[in-house]
Structure formats: structure tokens, C-alpha cells
Ligand binder design. Structure first.
Ligand code: GDP
Ligand code: IMO
Ligand code: MG
Length: 434
């Protein structure tokens, strides 16, 4: 088994958690490379539901090692709570979780600043998850951030923290934040977290590279999705990290030459949470039905997800950026009720069909999707496990998607449970997973 990256091909929530959980059986290590506890990856196993935010989904598989890379931003309170939740559910975490000493740390003032700036009149509201993700990456890029290694060295930490606190105090006043910020309390609390984190902290890049040298395989778990990537997504309506495949290399300290395959995960339709352009959004009853059937509510914030139709130009763009080896189509069962399924095959803008993804959110807001209607199957595919059991129109729909995006559909998910899954016979993905 080689080293494989799993990437969300849309705006997040494609079902990456389920796919990572399923595939992780065949890998030794599962590693997260970006984002933070803005992610919510749902895994259902035998009726038990887990929502993983920071800890890679591979932790649910006994014996696997979970790694949190340098590209991730960590809220220690959230991480420790997540570990407690897993342990309470009988999942052993001790000795199986490695945290990069180079990952940056989220502080309460990051969340506070984010909420204040999101609410500021006249500012474009992104509709973030309010977890302090953006402000923490801001500090990282501005070279004033505090890393896990800094936190573990009390002297370094206190000096850095006091300097950062002084700056944040000025900003808090400028933003008219009236929530009290007790920096002394925060500093003491974080020194406490440091001791709890210490046994988990290591040089994650060295750990993963050594494991690879010894022939062990790594599954990279992407968070968010390609269209939320800070560079390639629908800026400014994006997250603050590189969710695309390249992020796995920088976010863990891995050379691109060590990556054997990139798997894209996409729903058979599409959703988005928060603000920003969404050409195929269905605001009417059809979108509402997708939301209800797909239970499309944010795993982290509970917000209703905006729902719409499969967007070929978006998937082609995502495929170009990530060069997918194979695509997994999830939530096929959610479309079981449709007699016809609209699929967007192009964007029209001022009379022309666009050949590239516009960089301006304003242009993407204005595009008019060109739809083709593909026959539905009007029967249940829920829980099917073999490709041959799929109704012919469902196979034709998947073939249609494959032909239009230009990459094989190697696997199809037919329900939230771990085993509600089809691996397409003869696909590259089947060969890859052995
Ligand atoms: P992630 O962030 O990409 O891991 O995705 P989320 O966990 O946020 O959202 C995916 C949701 O769809 C979760 O509630 C999953 O349990 C659910 N899910 C995943 N695959 C399927 C599927 O094939 N069918 C159905 N009905 N639900 C699915
Ligand atoms: P997973 O890993 C869907 C969205 C937020 C907001 C934007 C920026 O579960 O797919 P942030 O808090 O990151 O600064 O918010 O990105 N967003 C997600 N949407 N799935 C996610 O993660 C997301 N993480 C962030 O809703 O629009
Ligand atoms: Mg999610």
C-alpha cells in the first residue's frame, strides 16, 4: 500500500471522514495536514456515531497511528475534549496520537477577534465556524504565532504570549470588543494544557518520513474542500489553509515524490455552509428535499447546509488542481427519489460559456448554470454494496459524471455506515486498495 491523499472535491462535508475511516484499514498511519476544529468528519460504525474534528478519523481503527501535522492549527481545549470523548466511547488514544511540535496554537482571543470582525458592519461576512482558525493562521503568516513547541517551553511561551497579548489588547480596543480578556488566566491555563499535551508531541515530519522509509503507508486526511482552499477556492469565501492535495506536503513535511495517489471525494450533488457564490444552489423545494434526505446540517455548527446540483465545471477544476487518481461519489442514495437529476455542465456569463473558473466571487455569483437533465432511478440504492446491484439509470448517472469530469468514479457510497459502500470492479481504486 502506498501513500494516498484524500481530498474534498467540493466545498467540504463530502463524506471524507467516512471514506478515510473505510480506507484506513489498509494503511498504517492516518495524518491530518491542515485546518483545525472547523472540520467535522462523521463516521458511523454499527450504529455508533463519531464526529471527529482535529483527530484523524483513523484513530477509530485499532492499532493505527493518527498524526496531526504542522499545517494544522490546534485549540488545546478542543483537542483534549475530543480525546476524552473518544476514550469515553472506548477508543484508545494513548500511544496512538502524534502531534507536530510545529503546529500553531489557537487562543481564546483568536475566536473573539474572529466573531468581532465577522459582525463588523460593512465587512464581508464569510460565515466562518467561529473557531479562531483564520486569526490563528494570520498570526502564523505574520510570524508572531505561538507553536506547540513554544507552548512546551514555559520561558519561551510566557515571553511570546505576553507580547502577543499586548498586541491583542490594542486590537480588541480598536474593534470595540467589550468581552473581558483575562490574559493572566489564559496564560496559566495554557501552561496547564502544555503538560497534558507534552506526551503526545513529537517531530511529526520526522515521524512520518521515518515510517515511510521503513515501508509503512500513510493515508492523508484532508479537511474542508478544494473550493474552500485559501489560494484556489472562492476567495474570500474560503478557509485559511490549503485544503488541496499540495497542502499535504507542506502541512506534514512530505515530498510530493512520496505521494502515490490522490482520491477526490464528492457528493452526487453538492452543498456549501456559510457565505459565498454557489452557482447550482437550489433554493426551492428540491434543495430543501436534498437537505432533509441527506441530513445536510453542519456537523460542527449545526447550520443548515445550502444544497444544489452536481457541478461539472467545479469538479473539473478540482480535478485539475488535485490531479485525482480516482473519485469517490458519496450520498448516491440521497438522490433515490429523483425522476430526473439536473447536472450543471457549464457556466454562462454575459452570453459566453466560461472555459475557466472565474477568480472573482462576483462573477461566479452572476454565472448562469447550463443544465442537462439526466434520468433518475426512482428506487432505493441505500446500503447497496455491489456495483452490479445498482439500477441501470444509477450506473448511467455515475458514468455520465465520470465522462464529464474525466476521471474514473472508483467507488460509490450508499449510506452513512462504514460498510454501505461499493468499490467498482476493475477500477484503479480497487487495484490501489488491493
Ligand atoms: P466530511 O466533513 O467530508 O467528513 O463530511 P461530514 O461528516 O461533515 O458530512 C457528511 C454527512 O453525510 C455525514 O452525516 C455522514 O454520516 C453522511 N454520509 C456520508 N456518506 C453518506 C452516504 O453515502 N449516504 C448518506 N445518506 N449519508 C452519508
Ligand atoms: P469539513 O472538513 C464545510 C467553511 C465555513 C465558512 C468558511 C470559513 O467538515 O469538510 P473557517 O471557520 O474555516 O474560517 O470558515 O469555510 N468551512 C467548512 N465548510 N466543511 C468544513 O470542514 C468546513 N470548514 C470550514 O462554513 O464558510
Ligand atoms: Mg464536515
Amino acid at each position: 500500500m502506498g501513500n494516498v491523499i484524500i481530498v474534498g472535491a467540493q466545498w467540504g462535508d463530502e463524506g471524507k471522514g467516512k471514506i478515510v475511516d473505510l480506507f484506513s484499514e489498509r494503511f498504517d498511519i492516518v495524518a491530518r495536514y491542515q485546518g483545525g476544529h472547523n472540520a467535522g468528519h462523521t463516521v458511523k460504525v454499527g450504529g455508533q456515531k463519531f464526529i471527529l474534528q482535529l483527530i484523524p478519523s483513523g484513530i477509530l481503527r485499532p492499532g493505527k497511528i493518527a498524526v496531526i501535522g504542522n499545517g494544522v492549527v490546534i485549540d488545546p481545549a478542543a483537542l483534549l475534549k475530543e480525546r476524552e470523548r473518544l476514550e469515553a466511547a472506548g477508543i484508545e488514544v494513548a500511544g496512538r496520537l502524534v502531534i507536530s511540535h510545529r503546529a500553531h496554537v489557537i487562543f481564546p482571543f483568536h475566536c473573539m477577534m474572529e466573531k468581532a470582525s465577522e459582525a463588523k458592519p460593512g465587512r464581508i461576512s464569510i460565515g466562518t465556524t467561529s473557531r479562531g482558525i483564520g486569526p490563528t493562521y494570520e498570526d502564523k503568516i505574520a510570524r508572531r504565532g505561538i507553536r506547540v513547541s513554544d507552548l512546551l517551553d514555559a520561558e519561551t511561551f510566557c515571553a511570546q504570549f505576553d507580547q502577543l497579548a499586548a498586541e491583542k489588547e490594542i486590537i480588541a480596543r480598536a474593534l470595540e470588543i467589550d468581552e473581558p480578556l483575562d490574559f493572566t488566566e489564559i496564560r496559566a491555563r495554557y501552561l496547564g494544557y502544555a503538560e497534558k499535551l507534552r506526551p503526545l508531541v513529537a517531530d511529526a515530519a520526522a515521524f512520518v518520513n521515518r515510517a515511510m522509509n521503513e515501508g509503512r503507508s500513510v493515508l492523508f486526511e484532508g479537511a474542508q474542500g478544494t473550493m474552500l482552499d485559501i489560494d484556489h477556492g472562492t476567495y474570500p469565501f474560503v478557509t485559511s489553509s490549503n485544503a488541496t492535495a499540495g497542502g499535504a506536503c507542506t502541512g506534514l513535511g512530505i515530498s510530493p515524490t512520496r505521494i502515490d495517489a490522490v482520491i477526490g471525494v464528492s457528493k452526487g450533488y453538492i452543498t456549501r455552509v456559510g457565505g459565498g457564490p454557489f452557482p447550482t444552489e437550489s433554493r426551492g423545494e428540491a434543495g430543501q428535499t436534498l437537505r432533509e434526505r441527506g441530513n445536510e446540517f453542519g456537523a460542527v455548527t449545526g447550520r443548515p447546509r445550502r444544497c444544489g446540483w452536481f457541478d461539472v465545471p467545479l469538479l473539473r477544476y478540482s480535478t485539475m488542481l488535485n490531479h485525482f487518481t480516482s473519485v469517490v461519489i458519496t450520498k448516491l442514495d440521497v438522490l433515490d427519489h429523483r425522476r430526473e437529476i439536473p447536472v450543471c455542465t457549464g457556466y454562462r456569463h454575459r452570453g459566453d460559456i466560461l472555459t475557466e473558473m472565474p477568480a472573482l466571487a462576483r462573477v461566479l455569483e452572476q454565472v448562469e448554470p447550463v443544465y442537462e437533465m439526466v434520468p433518475g432511478w426512482s428506487c432505493s440504492t441505500e446500503g447497496l454494496r455491489e456495483y452490479k446491484q445498482l439500477p441501470e439509470p444509477a450506473k448511467a448517472y455515475l458514468q455520465y459524471l465520470e465522462d464529464h469530469i474525466g476521471v474514473e468514479v472508483g467507488s460509490i457510497s450508499t449510506g452513512p455506515e462504514r460498510d454501505q459502500m461499493i468499490l467498482k470492479p476493475g477500477s484503479k481504486l480497487e487495484k490501489l486498495l488491493g
